[in-house]
Design a protein around this ligand. Structure first.
Ligand code: C2E
Ligand code: CA
Ligand code: CA
Length: 537
């Protein structure tokens, strides 16, 4: 018989024969199952177990060891419960006694513990332990090559030392968010500690490096560490399994070597591990410098229409098709160009280029007006007004056909200097438009005080027309209010990002003056716009 003490240290005592037929369940066991008698349970113990675990148990019993132990799932009232089973072969060799303990509370703790053991507390990302496990799994699967990209932030220590640890932590969290956005759905992003991250991704090192250019771009955007921005970069080393190492620690070590190479080659670049000292490097700033030299930058023109859909002008938009990175959007490269101190140069080029193009367009359509974007960095330069006037006279164009698009933040920065430059340029006949109107936080007073001729309602508001956010038509009312306000002080209104007929109708009804957007015309080359103008003439 079963000694009485057993019932107290185990939850259930069960006897099964070698065919896994249930022959006995203890009183407490019956209560645990929620039944009154053995007859209410399936005869076959395997039926009570999760099918995977039943297989394990069956194999053990078939082998007939003296005793064995395993964790298994018992299906109780439709739910799997984790139990620990210790089995003892009874004297007649035809039955096993099973001592079963309900371990589901520990299993839950186990999962929580395991999660904590494999994740980084600050960012919630998988840590080294998790990374190694994921690496080993991929390696076991064999077949395709995969790579470890080791990322180390450039300039993080300075941020930490200058702004303090709370800001440093915030930068790491923001880094995590940016990285999470650019990695692929099957990639694993992990944090090794400090400012070191890893991307585990399928593909050979060379292919992976191509994908990682988005990482460089994502980190190069300024970090908002109020009251100042912080500019960081990232050095990346890539090593591939199995060509650069046949196990986790070798591949990681080689990715680390490559990362140090990227640092010593000037930081903010990607370097692939090689056994020799040579390495392939990509750096965005270097690519921008090279792109400028090799003529990779160019300008497209997005047509603008009056409310009768007649072509009346265009906005010049800068483009960069890099031989290394492919086509990069200006939202991404302009902050980097500004940070690299190249904006005055590139902006000047764009302005001169647009002025020359304007001269040609005006020969086809005399009333044609050209809008050019000006970054706050350009406006802050001492000689900005002189530079614009020079570009105009060089191209031989009428100054009042040039519109400079500036943002509210330009107007907010170094007020006095900006106002002087604005006044000078205004005197010369140049017009100004407030870009991204409605997104700033400034007072409207400047609209009456400064020589502005139009506002450009930001595309976020236009997008909301007919598509009320949170169910209200507040955005539509805001658009109407902006138009009325602008008209009351004799400013023209341009709507950008107009994509649908519904938006167009609404804007026409509200009295908007100019329309720009994919509905009527996407940004196109100077040659394509020339053909459009010829057609219109
Ligand atoms: P932005 O001045 O607000 O330019 C309008 C942006 O909206 C352009 O994006 C344009 O392609 C896009 N767009 C036009 N119509 C539609 C539409 O119907 N739907 C949607 N979804 N988008 C539309 P892009 O060309 O990517 O330029 C982004 C930003 O980069 C510009 O925003 C501007 O702030 C800056 N940028 C572009 N070129 C220059 C430049 O030469 N100098 C300076 N400083 N900044 C520039
Ligand atoms: Ca603009
Ligand atoms: Ca805009």
């Amino acid at each position: 018989m079963i000694p009485p003490t057993i019932d107290r240290v185990v939850d259930i005592v069960v006897r099964i024969d070698t065919a896994l037929k249930l022959t006995f369940v203890s009183e407490q066991g019956l209560r645990w199952f929620g039944v009154e008698s053995l007859a209410q349970l399936p005869q076959d113990f395997a039926e009570i177990l999760d099918s995977e675990d039943a297989g394990t148990l069956r194999a053990q019993v078939a082998e007939q060891p003296e005793s064995f132990a395993c964790d298994a799932r018992i299906v109780r009232q439709g739910k799997a419960v984790w139990v620990n089973i210790r089995a003892y072969l009874l004297a007649d060799s035809r039955q096993y006694m099973l001592c079963v303990i309900d371990i589901s509370p520990w299993k839950a703790d186990d999962a929580a513990l395991r999660y904590a053991a494999e994740h980084d507390e600050l960012t919630g990302l998988p840590n080294r332990t998790h990374l190694k496990r994921a690496f080993d799994q991929l390696a076991k699967r064999g077949a395709k090559p995969f790579s470890i990209a080791l990322l180390d932030l450039d300039g993080f220590k300075k941020v930490n030392d200058t702004f303090g640890h709370p800001i440093g932590d915030a930068v790491l969290k923001e880094t995590t968010r940016r990285l999470a956005k650019v990695i692929g759905p099957n990639d694993l992003l992990a944090r090794l500690g400090g400012d070191e991250f890893v991307i585990l991704t399928e593909g050979a090192a060379a292919a992976v490096s191509g994908k990682l250019t988005d990482v460089l771009l994502a980190i190069a955007r300024p970090f908002d560490t109020a009251p100042h921005n912080a500019y960081l970069g990232v050095s990346i080393g890539v090593a591939e399994y199995p060509v650069h190492g046949e196990d986790y620690s070798t591949v990681l070590k080689n990715a680390d070597t490559a990362m140090y190479h990227a640092k010593s080659a000037g930081k903010n670049r990607i370097s692939i591990y090689t056994e020799s000292t040579e390495s392939v490097d990509f750096s965005i700033k270097a690519a921008i410098h090279k792109g400028i030299q090799e003529g990779e930058f160019y300008i497209e023109y997005q047509p603008q229409f009056d409310i009768d859909r007649k072509l009346v002008g265009a906005e010049a938009l800068m483009r960069w098709t890099s031989s290394t990175f492919g086509r990069v959007s200006p939202d991404k490269f302009i902050p980097i160009v500004e940070d690299a101190g190249l904006m005055p140069f590139l902006g000047k080029w764009a302005l001169r280029y647009a002025c020359h193009q304007l001269k040609q367009f005006r020969e086809l359509m005399p009333g044609f007006a050209m809008s050019v974007n000006v970054s706050p960095v350009q406006f802050g330069a001492d000689d900005f007004d002189a530079l614009v006037i020079e570009a105009i006279s060089e191209a031989g164009i009428d100054p009042n056909r040039l519109i400079l698009e500036i943002t509210e933040s330009t107007l907010m920065k170094s007020q006095e200097k900006t106002e002087r430059a604005l006044a000078k340029l205004r005197e010369a006949g140049i017009r100004f438009s407030i870009d991204d109107f409605g997104t700033g936080f400034s007072s409207l007073a400047y609209l009456t005080r400064l020589p502005v001729s139009s506002i450009k309602i930001d595309k976020a508001f236009i997008r909301a027309i007919e598509k009320p956010r949170d169910g209200s038509f507040a955005d539509e009312k805001l658009v109407t209010a902006m138009i009325d306000l602008a008209h009351s002080i004799d400013l023209k209104v341009v709507a950008e990002g107009v994509e649908t007929e519904g938006q167009f109708d609404f804007l026409k009804k509200s009295g908007c003056n100019l329309i720009q957007g994919y509905l009527l015309g996407k940004p196109i080359s100077g040659a394509a716009l020339t053909s459009l103008l010829k057609e219109a003439a």
